[in-house]
Design a protein around this ligand. Sequence first.
Ligand SMILES: [Zn+2]
Length: 596
Amino acid sequence: MEAQKTRAQMDARYTWKLEDIFPSDSAWEAEYAALAPCIAQAASFAGKLETALPEALPALEEAEHRLTRLYAYARMRRDEDNGNTFYQGLADRAQALAVQLSTATAYFGPEILALGCEKVEAVLKAHPELCRFRRLLEEQLRLEAHTLPAAQEKLLAAMGELAGAPDTVYSMLTDADLKFGCVTNEKGETVELTHGRFIPLQQCEDRAVREAAYKTYYAAYRAHTNTIAATYAASVKKDAFFARARGYGSAREQSLFENEIPESVYDALIEAVHRHLPAMHRYLALRKAALRLPELRFWDIYAPIVPEGDLGLPYEEAAKLVQEGLAPLGEAYIRDLSQAFTSGWIDVYENAGKTSGAYSWGVYGTHPYVLLNYQKTLDSLFTIAHELGHAMHSYYSDKNQSFLNSEYPLFLAEIASTTNEAILLQSLKRKWTDRERRMALCNYQLEQIRGTVYRQTLFAEFEREVHAMAARGEALTAESLTAVYRALNERYYKGAVVDDDIASEWMRIPHFYRAFYVYQYATGYSAAVAFSRRVLSGDAEKREKYLGFLAAGGSQPPLETLRRAGVDMESPEPVEECLRSFEEALDELETLMKEA
Ligand SMILES: [Zn+2]
């Protein structure tokens, strides 16, 4: 095998220009030194907000902004080569500084709440130049009704470390102590089974390899079933405790209230997905037929049903396809986007020690950055469109909003990326006429919606049920949790054999330790499909509204931002629209398969 290139050997034309953040490491050092007094300044307003709010707000903003630049540079340098100890050191120091800043400014939220709406409003009236801080202040103040007297708040804060225990214990068990043993891959090599290797092994064409990996992986979890159940039960009870203490009806009410999402959005998502379960069952039947299987097992769910999407596509051609495919977003968007390819936004290829996967990082005051590990596959092509969706969201938010208002919340975070994927997909469907590649596109679309909408909604429903059981005083044991999870799988995956392993899948989902979080993947995906259809309709007004969404950043509550852009997440329509697109892709794939 050819040895991987080192970072120093990489062609500069395909690497990002972090020099645009700091021209040199010594410039970074100088800024690092300059931040200490800046943080001290932000901290100096503790206990004084009643009179010093007009000075404190810009000081906090400046410290935060400068820190994010320092942090971004160090982390992205480290991601270039994780074995580089110099940049490990920079990243560690930036991390420590971030902790220092958040500790030094922890007074801010409680003091704003202590001031109350009226006093804050009076300051904003007297200082119109502070209007960019309104959203930040309102976000704090809406927690007023759920804030306790100081002594009780102190008690809850002191519980913080303890409250993190279930998550820490779970992560220690599953990331450090749990060993999965070895399996044989499709090349006949013995490899150690790890979290990172599990899904690639499930995507293997050799069924025996998939089955062995599946059984080995779940066996390790099931050997710790009582420990994991007790850990998860503790996590659920911890959330219920804090919610009750703050006067919420449930942990879900608290989580959604804090994110400014009504609970009806959550329930409506589940109901809409239920209405479209027959399409999922039809997809599973198609999968079983395509793979020519006597029965569909859960180790067949990730297996490719059409030949692998290895397009042999050089990066330049992929970049061109992405830019052409996104043309429906308008000339201005395409012009702005072209900078990504010419001005050092993207780090394209893999090298020794580089962080795997892909991400986009918006750096306010500089352009955004994108890390890729480009392979010549269909997946990699869509990854470019996806990450550039994030990047352009940051680009427009940064251009139009103040630093604090530019950052968008998680509910909105995956929309721009997925919208780009959906637009690219439709344009490729028009461009590619050969059966194989059209099938690969349908398969890609179906797997995206299965994984993001159906699967995450199943998770969301599991969380809703488990928290309700706890509220009713029912025991959360390995047996009861597995029974709930089994029933959900029987409903969602009708037609596949629901075995004892998949009924235990809840044991391996770390997101459950961040309660009521995952539903946002499904709602975000649905909003993206809705937006892509509006943009593709060719209606210029609809396109402008979408671009307005990109420019809004986090300046409004998330649902309001979406509503203004033409997508109402309080109506069932976006989720319905998304699931109809699943059915259309399914129809198309069925037709294409019959042509064989
Ligand atoms: Zn993303």
